[in-house]
Design a protein around this ligand. Structure first.
Ligand code: ZN
Length: 256
């Protein structure tokens, strides 16, 4: 006999849920990329982006209209940070589950860099690697070089301004991706919720949606938060600490 800590017991309980689940998907937030060195948005940490900057000035259509140069400069500063980071152990552990769908609120591409096929990543909040036209009726998009992001400029197609292809406060999620994520969450045995404070709606509503349709919920987050209240098992560790042990030996899929 050996002593089993509460953490060991919860890890074992989470692995038991996974081993009895046929359809599993992950739903991640900034905590997934925090161990790669990217700032989160809402942590108590003084480096968290929204404790240093005003979200309405920097991440809304109103802020962009008031001062487009400031918004582009801020995103290009963040792009400089993104250019120098690498996937961590959590991204790699998720990439090992090649049949699993990754729903993410992150605008980075660290999951894809770790080896997840791009069509298996549902970016609910867009991508910082692209610019798009601010005119929603225009379809123009451009890839952006993170190390040398271009400055404020006009759309070559319609003359409106180009802006980062991310979802700002007050804007709708990309409709097709959001519909896919919702449909998936109505047909799961387990939703793995990783590093999200689950306070930004509508994305956070996926957890309740999955539960309503019979899914169990495993939450990986070092802090207790809105998501941990909905958890069957809460693993209070960072994603990079615990995901390799949680997923070791599994080949989880999201399909029927
Ligand atoms: Zn345009």
């Amino acid at each position: 006999m050996r002593f089993e800590s509460s953490r060991d017991r919860r890890l074992r309980a989470a692995r038991e849920i996974l081993s009895s689940s046929r359809r599993v998907a992950a739903f991640s937030g900034a905590g997934l990329s925090a161990d790669s060195g990217l700032a989160t948005f809402r942590d108590p940490d003084p480096d968290a982006l929204w404790s240093r900057f005003d979200p309405i000035e920097l991440a809304s259509a109103e802020g962009f209209a008031a001062n487009p140069q400031r918004v582009i400069d801020w995103y290009n500063w963040r792009r400089g940070n993104y250019a120098s980071v690498h996937p961590n152990a959590a991204h790699r552990a998720l990439a090992g589950q090649q049949r699993m769908i990754q729903i993410t609120q992150n605008v980075d591409h660290l999951l894809e860099q770790a080896g997840v096929a791009p069509q298996r990543v549902y970016h609910l909040h867009g991508s910082i690697l692209q610019d798009r036209c601010h005119n929603s009726a225009c379809v123009h998009r451009e890839q952006v070089d993170l190390e040398k992001p271009p400055g404020l400029r006009a759309c070559p197609r319609c003359g409106d301004r180009l802006r980062p292809a991310v979802v700002w406060f007050g804007e709708n999620l990309p409709q097709e991706t959001w519909a896919l994520a919702r449909r998936l969450c109505t047909a799961l045995d387990c939703l793995l919720v990783i590093g999200t404070s689950a306070t930004v709606y509508p994305a956070a509503g996926l957890i309740a949606l999955a539960r309503q349709h019979g899914s169990r919920v495993i939450v990986v987050d070092p802090n207790p938060g809105a998501a941990s209240g909905a958890a069957d098992v809460h693993l209070d560790r960072s994603a990079a600490d615990i995901l390799p042990a949680l997923l070791d030996g599994f080949d989880l899929g999201s399909g029927p």
